[in-house]
Design a protein around this ligand. Sequence first.
Ligand SMILES: NC(=O)c1ccc[n+]([C@@H]2O[C@H](COP(=O)([O-])OP(=O)(O)OC[C@H]3O[C@@H](n4cnc5c(N)ncnc54)[C@H](O)[C@@H]3O)[C@@H](O)[C@H]2O)c1
Length: 251
Amino acid sequence: MNLNLSGQSVAIIGAARGIGRAIAEGFIAEGCHVRGFDREQSADFITTGDVTSYETVKSFAAGFERVDHVVFCVGIGSGKFGFPFWNLEPSDWARVLDVNLIGAVNVAHAFAPKLIERGAGSMLFLVSVAGQIGSQTDPPYSASKAALINFTQCAAKDLGPHNIRVNALAPGMVKTELNQSIWAAGQQKLPEDQRVSFDDWAAEKIKKVSHLGRWQMPDEYAAMATFLASDHAKNITGQTINIDGGQVMHA
Ligand SMILES: NC(=O)c1ccc[n+]([C@@H]2O[C@H](COP(=O)([O-])OP(=O)(O)OC[C@H]3O[C@@H](n4cnc5c(N)ncnc54)[C@H](O)[C@@H]3O)[C@@H](O)[C@H]2O)c1
C-alpha cells in the first residue's frame, strides 16, 4: 500500500527509544522529515527536553516551519505497583499524571495552531489497554491513560472542523524498557528463591493476557501510526485503536 507520506513533516515526542523510536523510523522509511523530542538524546534528530515544561515543548514546536503529523509516545509508570492501590501514596500520582497526561496536553496546545494554520494533518497519542480496563498494576498510570483517551476524543471534536484527525493507539504488552521495569519491581518484592528471569516472567505473563499468546513488537505500532497519518485513514478520528493481541475486545 502506498501511504503517500513522502516529504511530510512529523514531530515525534518520546522518540529516543522503544515504540516512539520505532515510529520515528517508520516515518523516516516513508520518506518523511522527522524531528524528535525526548528527555534522552539517543539520535541526532532528537531535541532534548522534558515534556512537562510547556515552554520547552512550545519552543520545540516553534522550530517547525510546517508540521503535518504529531505523535506523542511518552509514558512513565510510578515505579511502584498497586494490588492494592494503597501500596502507593497519593503523592506517587502527580508525576505520572504530569508526564503522561499534562505532557500530552502541552504537546496538543503547542502544535494545534500550526496544524490549524495548514488546515490538515493528524495527532496520535500512545495510550494503553491499562486505560480501558482499570488495570491494578499501576493505578496512576491506568488513570492517566484513561484521561488521555478522553482528551483524544475532545481534541478530535475540536480539530475535526479544521480537517485534523486525532486518534489514540493502545499497546498491550510490548517488549520495551517500560515492561522490564514492571518485571524488575515485581521481583524485588519476592524472596530470592522465587525470582524468575525477565524472559520467563514475560512468557508466563503473555500467556495469561493475550489470546494470541505472543508479545507485540514496536514496529507494529510504526505500521499503524504511518497508516493513520495517511489519507487511507481520512475518515478515522476520535478512535482508540488497540494493537494488543486481543487483550481487550470492544463490543
Ligand atoms: N511497552 C508496553 O508494553 C506498553 C504498553 C502499553 C502502553 N505503552 C505506551 O506506549 C508508549 C511508549 O512506550 P515504550 O514502551 O516505548 O516506553 P519507553 O519507556 O521505552 O519509552 C518512552 C520514552 O519517553 C521518554 N520520556 C519519558 N519521560 C519523559 C519526559 N518527561 N519528557 C520527555 N521524554 C520522556 C523516554 O526517555 C523514552 O524515550 C508510552 O506512552 C507507554 O505508556 C507501552
